[in-house]
Design a protein. Structure first.
Length: 308
């Protein structure tokens, strides 16, 4: 079908991706080589300007695909239970379980949060970030559980995204980390994509590293581990996990970022988005939400408490 002037707005978690790679994820029946040809012939623009296929995306970039014949990959609605913590006419907040992808990928198009949202809300979800990410403002890794905001329309999406960008929306996490941390600290290290591992991020001290800030507060110290609260001041991909690994205190059972062997088996990293504060769309009301520790955190804390 002819999808004239289809647009995609890039969020901060897709920064650093090549444009040809990004589009090949979301456009069905169109190869990466064809996408590269469309880019070279200026049928795909970024911020109304021609770019190269190797162009690395930046936050807030607007991709325009003009007069291309393609189909946007269909994401099927699925009747998957949602743990809705808050809802109004413009948005909702869900408690995403560990093990669930936030949105589909090129290899997994089912059993994600977006599939569940499409079943319950149909087309009543924002589409600023494209069909793979209907309603999605920000993401949680597959094995990170917790609070996630969802927009029901594009105006609410922009309202809430602006709060994330201006740091007026507060997102707090709980984590168990390896080693003893002696004092509260601010982790201020630029993050970019790992040059040799495309699924991994890294601290990068050159022009490709994006400013990334995480505040860390100690909650409890054990013999060989520390229980901490983390507040995001920016929202890079894997930010908390990368920052903690960089200072030598990776998240418990984070296999991607080097935790090592564990005594208590969990579904990968012991990390939870447990607290959220934001302004209700188009009103002055402040919404504050907090959920209990998830099962992974409770299990690990109980084990550590018994083995002091």
């Amino acid at each position: 079908m002819d999808n004239s002037k289809t647009k995609f707005i890039i969020d901060c978690e897709d920064e650093g991706k090549r444009i040809d790679s990004f589009l090949s994820e979301i456009l069905n029946d169109i190869s990466r080589s064809k996408i590269q040809n469309f880019i070279k012939s200026k049928e795909i623009l970024v911020n109304s300007k021609p770019i190269k296929p190797s162009y690395q995306l930046k936050s807030d970039d607007e991709i325009t695909c003009s007069d291309l014949k393609y189909e946007i990959t269909n994401i099927p609605p699925q009747d998957i239970p949602l743990d809705i913590v808050y809802e109004d006419e413009n948005m909702l907040v869900v408690n995403k379980p560990s093990g669930m992808l936030t949105h589909p990928t090129t290899t997994e198009k089912e059993n994600t949060l977006v599939n569940a949202l499409k079943f319950k809300y149909g087309e009543n979800l924002s589409d600023i970030n494209g069909p793979f990410r209907r309603g999605i403002l920000h993401r949680l890794d597959r094995n990170t559980s917790g609070l996630l905001m969802v927009a029901k329309n594009n105006k609410a999406h922009e309202f809430l995204t602006n709060q994330i960008k201006t740091k007026t929306a507060i997102r707090k996490y709980l984590a168990v980390v390896r080693g003893i941390i002696q004092e509260d600290m601010v982790l201020d290290y630029p993050i970019g994509r790992n040059k040799s591992h495309p699924q991994k991020m890294d601290v990068i001290f050159d022009e490709k590293g994006k400013p990334s800030i995480t505040e860390l507060r100690i909650l409890q110290i054990f013999r060989e581990h520390t229980f901490v609260e983390l507040t995001l001041r920016t929202g890079r991909t894997h930010q908390i996990r990368v920052h903690l690994s960089h200072i030598g205190h990776p998240v418990y059972n984070d296999t991607l970022y080097g935790f090592g062997k564990v005594r208590i088996k969990t579904e990968d990293q012991v990390l939870q988005a447990y607290k959220l504060k934001f302004t209700k769309p188009f009103e002055n009301e402040i919404i504050e939400l907090e959920i209990p520790k998830d099962d992974k955190i409770k299990r690990v804390l109980e084990f550590l408490d018994q083995n002091k």
